[in-house]
Design a protein around this ligand. Structure first.
Ligand SMILES: Cc1cc2nc3c(=O)[nH]c(=O)nc-3n(C[C@H](O)[C@H](O)[C@H](O)COP(=O)(O)O)c2cc1C
Length: 217
C-alpha cells in the first residue's frame, strides 16, 4: 500500500512538472487569423505615443495580435495587386520578416498571411546584443534578399533594402503605439552569428531587428 502510494506520488510529480508540450512544441505552419483592418487609435495619437522601449514582459502575444502586427508591418493590403502596407523600391518586396518566438523561428508569408517554421528552437537571444531580446515575446528580423532588390549595384541594392526596412519598422512602431505594446528597432546585432543561426543563404542580408512585446515593469 505504502509502496504504491510512493509510486503514485512520483508519477504525479513527473506529470505536473513536465512542460506543456502543446505550448512548447513549434507549430510547422501558423495560419494567422484574419487581421483586424479597422480600429486602433487615431493616427495622430499613435504618432504622439511612438517611442522606443527596452523593457519587456515575457508574456506571449495571442495569435490575433501577432496577425494584426504582421499585417500592419508588411501585409497585403491590396489583394488584386499583392501590394503591401509598406512601400518597396520598384515594388520588389525584397524584405522577409523572420519572427523569432519562444517556440521557434518563423518566416512571414504575406500572401498566405501565415508563419512558416524555419527552425524549431528558440533563437531570440541571438537576435541582438542587448539583454532584453532573450525574454521578450518576439523579435522580428528584417532580412533582405539582395538578389530580388531594386538597384543597379550592391551599394544601391543595400540602400533600397535599408530604406524599405525602415518603412516596415515604422509601421510596427505605430501599431505598437496604438496597441500599448513595447518595441525598439535595433541595429546592434552580431549579423554573422545570427545569419549562421538562422541558416541564411548567400544573398540574404540582415538589415535590422525589432523587439516587440508587452511592456515590462
Ligand atoms: C537604424 C536604427 C538602429 C537602431 N539600433 C538600436 C539598437 O541596436 N538598440 C537600441 O536599443 N536602439 C536602437 N535604435 C533605437 C534608437 O536608439 C531610438 O530610435 C532613438 O534613441 C530615439 O528614440 P525614440 O525611438 O524613442 O524616439 C535604433 C534606431 C534606428 C533607427
Amino acid at each position: 500500500m505504502k509502496k504504491s502510494l510512493i509510486l503514485l506520488s512520483i508519477i504525479s510529480l513527473f506529470v505536473v512538472s513536465s512542460p506543456d508540450r502543446a505550448v512548447s512544441e513549434a507549430r510547422k505552419l501558423i495560419m494567422l487569423p484574419k487581421p483586424a483592418m479597422t480600429g486602433g487609435m487615431p493616427l495622430m495619437t499613435a504618432l504622439a505615443k511612438r517611442q522606443s522601449s527596452r523593457s519587456f514582459s515575457e508574456k506571449p502575444l495571442p495569435d490575433q495580435v501577432l496577425s494584426n502586427l504582421l499585417w500592419a508591418a508588411d501585409g497585403v493590403n491590396r489583394p488584386d495587386s499583392g501590394k503591401r502596407t509598406a512601400p518597396s523600391a520598384m515594388n520588389k518586396q525584397e524584405i522577409d520578416i523572420y519572427v523569432a518566438l519562444a517556440e521557434g523561428l518563423y518566416r512571414y508569408d504575406a500572401a498566405k498571411h501565415a508563419l512558416e517554421l524555419v527552425l524549431d528552437r528558440d533563437i531570440r537571444a541571438q537576435t541582438g546584443q542587448q539583454d532584453f531580446v532573450a525574454g521578450a515575446a518576439l523579435n522580428l528580423v528584417y532580412v533582405a534578399d539582395l538578389s530580388a532588390a531594386a538597384g543597379s549595384d550592391r551599394e544601391e541594392k543595400v540602400m533600397y533594402a535599408a530604406a524599405d526596412t525602415g518603412f516596415i519598422g515604422q509601421n510596427v512602431y505605430l501599431f505598437c503605439a496604438s496597441e500599448g505594446l513595447a518595441t525598439v528597432i535595433r541595429g546592434y546585432i552580431d549579423r554573422k552569428a545570427l545569419g549562421k543561426a538562422m541558416k541564411l543563404k548567400s544573398g540574404q542580408m540582415i538589415i535590422l531587428a525589432q523587439t516587440v512585446g508587452y511592456p515590462g515593469k
